[in-house]
Design a protein around this ligand. Structure first.
Ligand code: NAI
Ligand code: MG
Length: 490
């Protein structure tokens, strides 16, 4: 286990205040909160702690920008050009932004630099290309009329994001909102506010007019809840825990806001007897351990056919034991710390439950090092469906391996969860792959791969894993209202 050295070139902290109407401002209350480096447990800096008063100012700025001013009158093609410029500015600062993300979140620098950032840039460019391609249709109705539809921006979008992919979640939310002509009030996660704030400044430099993007850092029950309740907000796009989404849905009822949710999962990852086992083991390992296991779509229930179970387990165990955990700024580090103490404690409690309920811990099982929120890559074999580690979202580097023999039984067990975000299957049999894809209740199905994401491919959950879709054309639609216009031709 490598010790956690300080980063040799600490990224610059340029922005720590609320970004409202194109200006940097302290919170009205004057309050601040600490953001912490999870690799060292040291405070990075203080950030403005926004609340209802700051959210109100942000919403007013967003409404003004929506209803009058340059954004509202801007040609759609010019809106797209602002977005392309934003992507270019992010690309020009890619090393600095990756370092800032790694500092605040703890993810390994090679992932923030070579996975998160390229996806951020690609997402903004993808939606920039959509800005001037949003249109309705002409509809033949009965009688002498001309009927057409218009796709208009849904309005002010309240966007509440989590800490596991701070910049990428910012891009997933801004891309379709800006393309559609919406304006934004965003609340970043309290654990990881820094890159979102930096992106806001780049958006201003890219020519996105004041008031179009507003950022209010702060806590969920205060700043977040104020966004949800504000009557000047038309839509909430939320990513996070399903219990938070339930609160948001209740609190949004008074103003009947449009809601899109991207929530958690307990995704089944199935290894059939005919799978390429090296590939399946490597893919299952990445599908669970990526991003310290802090992925909504993590393949956290690994179902392995009994006939290949022993061989598969030995391969995964080897990979987990060799995973390089340590200083996230070292270029060869594969796993950094969990994002904060709360997540670290939650994961350790699930490891305790796995042991107490009789699962067989074959790798890891403890803390790594003595400073920072590092958890050893952990694999439990002999897991049964009723155990807590097979039912609850752990959101950490803990894999649960279950065995199966019968196909129908497998399908039933794969679907036996209130989640439905993602699923994967490893097989050489095309019929089984497609039958599984059809019968599994999940928004994304990967066949012989895992964690393949693209700005063009819709992503979201069945059941309690979400509502609506992000990315692709589906994701864009969630930021538009359809208006029907009928003209008498008599
Ligand atoms: P959370 O759902 O509480 O936080 C996500 C965002 O919602 C943050 O910006 C937070 O400040 C905000 N928020 C919290 N309460 C709110 C409220 N009442 N009104 C408006 N906004 C509110 O998730 P948390 O507590 O960070 O993590 C808990 C668990 O949730 C994790 O262990 C994991 O299982 C799951 N999770 C899932 C994510 C996903 O990508 N689907 C992301 C983060 C967490
Ligand atoms: Mg919470």
């Amino acid at each position: 286990m490598a010790t956690v050295a300080e980063t040799p070139h600490p990224p610059k902290i340029l922005h720590t205040e609320c970004f409202i109407d194109g200006q940097w401002r302290p919170a009205v209350s004057g309050k601040t909160f600490e953001t912490v480096n999870p690799a060292t447990e040291e405070v990075i800096c203080e950030v403005a702690e926004g609340d209802a008063a700051d959210v109100d100012a942000a919403v007013k700025a967003a409404r003004r920008a929506l209803e009058s001013g340059p954004w509202n009158r801007m040609d759609a093609r010019d809106r797209g050009r602002c977005m392309y410029r934003l992507a270019d500015l992010i690309e020009a600062e890619v090393d600095e932004l990756a370092a800032l993300e790694t500092l605040d979140n703890g993810k390994p620098i090679r992932e923030s630099r070579h996975a998160d950032l390229p996806l951020v840039i690609d997402c903004i460019r993808y939606y920039a290309g959509y800005a001037d391609k949003i249109h309705g249709s002409t509809i033949p109705i009965r009688g002498n009329y001309f009927t057409y539809t218009r796709r208009e921006p849904v309005g002010v979008a309240g966007q509440i994001i989590p800490w596991n992919f701070p910049m990428l979640m910012t891009a997933w939310k801004w891309g379709p909102a800006l393309a559609a002509g919406c304006t934004i009030v965003m609340k970043p996660a309290e654990q990881t506010p820094l890159t979102c704030l930096r992106m806001a400044q780049l958006a201003k430099e890219a020519g996105i007019p004041d008031g179009v993007i507003n950022i209010v850092p702060g806590y969920g029950p205060t700043a977040g809840a104020s966004v949800v309740k504000h009557p000047g907000v038309d839509k909430i796009a939320f990513t996070g825990e399903h219990r938070t989404a339930q609160i948001i849905m209740r609190e949004a009822a008074d103003t009947l806001k449009r809601l899109t949710f991207e929530l958690g999962g307990k995704s089944p990852n199935v290894v059939l007897a005919d799978a390429d086992l090296d590939r399946a083991a490597k893919g299952s390992y990445v599908g669970l351990f990526l991003n310290q296991g802090q992925c909504c779509c993590a393949g956290s229930r690994v179902f392995v056919h009994k006939s290949v179970h022993a061989e598969f387990v030995s391969k995964v165990k080897e990979l987990a034991k060799n995973r390089k955990v340590g200083n996230p700024f070292s270029i060869d580090t594969e796993q950094g710390p969990q994002v904060d103490k709360a997540q670290f404690d939650k994961i350790m409690s699930y490891i305790d439950k796995g042991n107490a309920e009789g699962a067989n811990c074959i790798a890891g099982g403890g803390r790594a090092g003595d400073r920072g929120y590092f958890v050893q890559p952990t694999v439990f074999d002999g897991v049964s469906d009723s155990m807590a580690i097979a039912q609850d979202e752990i959101f950490g580097p803990v894999m649960s391996i279950l065995t199966f023999e019968d196909w129908e039984d497998l399908i039933r067990r794969a679907n036996n969860t209130f989640y439905g975000l993602a699923a994967a299957i490893w097989t050489r049999n095309v019929s089984n792959a497609h039958e599984f894809a059809k019968r599994v209740r999940a928004g994304t199905v990967w066949v012989n791969c895992y964690d393949v994401f693209d700005a063009a491919a819709p992503f979201g959950g069945f059941k309690m894993s979400g509502q609506g879709r992000e990315l692709g054309e589906e994701g864009l639609k969630a930021y538009t209202e359809c208006k029907t216009v009928t003209v008498s031709l008599d």
